[in-house]
Design a protein around this ligand. Structure first.
Ligand code: FAD
Ligand code: UDP
Length: 370
């Protein structure tokens, strides 16, 4: 008899397993249909000995000290600040758009104050910011919108930015200084020995049993458990009874080159001409030394593993119908990017699972904090 069946050995499931076993002494069965732990953050050494992320580049960043401290129990860190260039008009310029982007793109020599005026002159002000198009037009106007966002977004989501919630392109700020970091969070680092090692430490507890290569529906009737934590797609849990929720998938195409370096920064975005959205070179992220280097190209697609919930109102409405069923489900708790259909970063997923754990075992603490 297990106290908990946890579906999904990604971050959200692993945090729950670790907390329940080590803090509450619960017996946990952690099931994943894939052949490995780690969910979408899984990394491994490829045939050329380079550490790569199987499901695309994962850079850890957070403003939450408690999330960072929590994960720090299971890994040391390598400080890393991600920098991205965008291939636009035959140039490689910084994205998020900053002072240098504008100057390089338009052959100008503006300072910070002047670039504010420049952007104010271009911005198409909106009374209400509802869509991803509104966000960008309202800040930088049509030309930069078309150069950096329209094509990339169409490729990534197969939707025009006007068809996506504002939250999607709002992930990318616009800066009038020279800060060229992709993220501005307080804590930015990579697990020193990789994500998979971090997961191995989290799950190294006698009360945690891990079962891989298993869809939970194959075993649910043959094991006994008291409660379930579910981190898979919420529509799948309910047999798609209201219809499938849309997810976006990606083909990851890896290439190893017999050279020390392939490109001049961790990621280069290709908003316009190519079929892929970006190329990432892992050595920048991992700091690994080698005379070879591996890169990954990302080709978005509709079918395949569900990587991205698609943030737009009709999908949120459909998710809410599933959520109503989820709330009524006895002894089952939903957490994570797929089970709550939220475009969450890693730190948000960790925070969400830590909050669920608190709700289950120290609800008083949550009331006190509120
Ligand atoms: P997942 O990692 O998806 O784990 C869910 C697990 O459940 C999977 O392992 C799946 O196999 C399993 N599962 C599903 N259904 C079943 C079933 N029926 N039976 C058994 N098991 C099942 N975040 C960042 O903070 N920084 C980044 O740089 C970053 N880059 C990203 C790049 C890409 C391409 C993608 C797709 C995501 C990125 N993210 C990034 C987001 C990050 O991957 C997620 O926030 C996080 O991994 C979500 O964890 P999770 O446990 O909720 O879901
Ligand atoms: N985006 C864009 N151009 C870029 C970078 C991002 O249009 O050069 C938009 C696009 O819609 C993308 C979203 O902003 O899906 C979020 O980008 P982010 O890099 O955060 O995506 P993720 O790393 O989650 O795939």
């Amino acid at each position: 008899m297990f106290d908990y069946l946890i579906v999904g050995a990604g971050l959200s499931g692993a945090v729950m397993a670790e907390r329940l076993a080590s803090q509450e002494g619960k017996k946990v069965l952690l099931v994943d249909k894939r052949s490995h732990i780690g969910g979408n953050t899984f990394d491994h050494y490829n045939d050329d000995g380079l550490l790569v992320h199987k499901y695309g580049p994962h850079i850890f960043h957070t403003n939450s000290k408690s999330v960072f401290n929590y994960l720090s129990r299971f890994t040391k860190w390598r400080p890393y600040q991600h920098r991205v260039l965008a291939s636009v008009d035959g140039l490689l310029v910084p994205i998020p758009i900053n002072l240098n982007t504008i100057n390089e793109l338009y052959g100008l020599q503006l300072n910070s104050d002047e670039v504010e005026g420049f952007l104010a002159g271009k911005a198409i002000k909106k009374d209400r910011i509802l869509t991803s198009e509104d966000v960008v037009l309202n800040t930088v106007g049509k030309d930069l919108y078309e150069k950096f966002f329209k094509g990339y977004t169409k490729k990534q989501w197969d939707l025009d930015p006007s068809e996506l919630d504002a939250s999607v392109t709002a992930r990318i700020p616009t800066r009038t200084n020279r800060d060229d970091r992709y993220f501005a969070d307080t804590f930015q680092a990579m697990p020193l020995n990789g994500y998979t090692r971090m997961f191995e430490k989290m799950l190294d507890h006698p009360n945690i049993k891990v079962m891989l290569n298993t869809d939970y529906k194959e075993i649910i009737d043959s094991i006994e458990f008291r409660e379930m934590i579910y981190t898979g797609p919420i529509d799948y849990y309910f047999d798609n009874c209201f219809g499938k929720l849309p997810y976006r998938s990606i083909d990851f195409v890896f290439e190893t080159h017999n050279e020390d370096s392939f490109q001049s920064t961790g990621t280069v975005n290709y908003p316009n001409d190519q079929l892929y959205t970006r190329i990432t070179e892992f050595k920048y992220l991992t700091g690994q030394k080698s005379d070879k280097t591996t890169v990954v190209y990302e080709y978005p697609k509709a079918e395949g593993d569900p990587y991205y919930p698609v943030p737009r109102s009709e999908n949120t409405a459909l998710y809410k119908r599933y959520q109503q069923l989820a709330i009524k489900e006895k002894n089952v708790h939903f957490t994570g990017r797929l089970a709550t259909y939220k475009y969450y970063n890693m730190d948000q997923v960790v925070a969400q699972s830590l909050a669920l754990f608190k709700k289950l075992y120290s609800p008083d603490l949550i009331e006190e904090e509120a």
